[in-house]
Design a protein around this ligand. Sequence first.
Ligand code: FNR
Length: 382
Amino acid sequence: REIFVNGAAGIEPEVPVTFEELEEAALSVMAPEAADYVAGGAGSENTVARNGAAFDRWRIVPRFLRDVAERDLSVELFGERYDHPLLLAPIGIQSICHEEGELATARGAEDAGVPFVVSSVSSFTMEQVAEAMPETRKWFQLYWSSEREVARSFVERAEEAGYEAIVVTVDTPVPGWKERDLSRGYLPQLVDGEGMANYTSDDAFCDLLDAPPEENEFATVQTFFDVFGNPSLTWSDIEWLRTKTDLPIVVKGLLHPEDAREAVERGADGVIVSNHGGRQVDGAISAIEALPRIRDTLGDDVTVLFDSGIRRGAEVLKALALGADAVCLGRPYVYGLAVDGENGVREVCRNVLADLDLTMGLCGRTRAAGLDRSLLLDERNL
Ligand code: FNR
């Protein structure tokens, strides 16, 4: 409504409503290497494309004349009420999109009332980001480096700063083969230490990271890989983490139902079905194809979130219908950030939520928490 009221007064939205226009606008204001880093994926980017295309397999079947005047987007996650089923996915190094990076995202998220999952490799410290969103729920995403102590200290700092869940990303034991970045030799973390703000206090990597690259280039690159992912990580590390925090633990990046089952058996409270936006395994199953099997394996009681491919309300609706309790928005919000800072993040969030709200009403449904597969037809059965 606000968009139409403004339109009647001759004011067009500053942030494109259409995802494709938003992406184009964002990529055109970013440095070319940063634009490629954000938009790109692993290998041929087959999985990036599949993440979007695979949603088409499920067709929404609208229903009418069911009184949809009052609609409720709220959901329950880990026993807590959330106003709607949307969070902002952890995306590192947001200073390459906008100079205020995660601080602007936090303010935009706060304006829109959307929780933010803050990445380990953020451009500002987790404490600074938390301060920029005092009223909004925040979760912390952990990249488990080769030092357990770093993981432990990050979790303690996150608890102290008011984060309400720990998201452990497990789909990066080694880096993905990202051809656009390889073609440029571009790793944003190695440009002026971008994305390493959290690693500057008391951990083992600081000395190396502080060393001038020309003295120790190879060591610095190796150190970055050690920080970002730990190829030796196993399920027993999840059990260890379980003993270190009472916060909900959410394992992010699962696609196989047996991995999801194991995550819960080893102490996780929930999972995020995700293929990292197609950035890790080229040719991987799309996240939306993986979701129904994981929900079926875990049953109704485990919290399941979803990301990879959410662009509009219809995709949120399909993911909820296929078993997600909530979804994480990825690239669209950092495109909003690039185009118009905190306002851009806020507008993108509001548009996705408004779209979801209308789409739900057009399906004859009034509660996001009650969406199920009867809303959809599998095109293979049409
Ligand atoms: C990511 N993602 C990510 N995930 C994570 O756990 N920690 C991180 O630091 C990052 N960093 C990151 C940077 C960039 C530029 C992108 C695009 C993605 C993955 C992210 O959380 C999410 O899984 C994907 O973005 C979902 O895919 P879509 O919806 O963006 O295509």
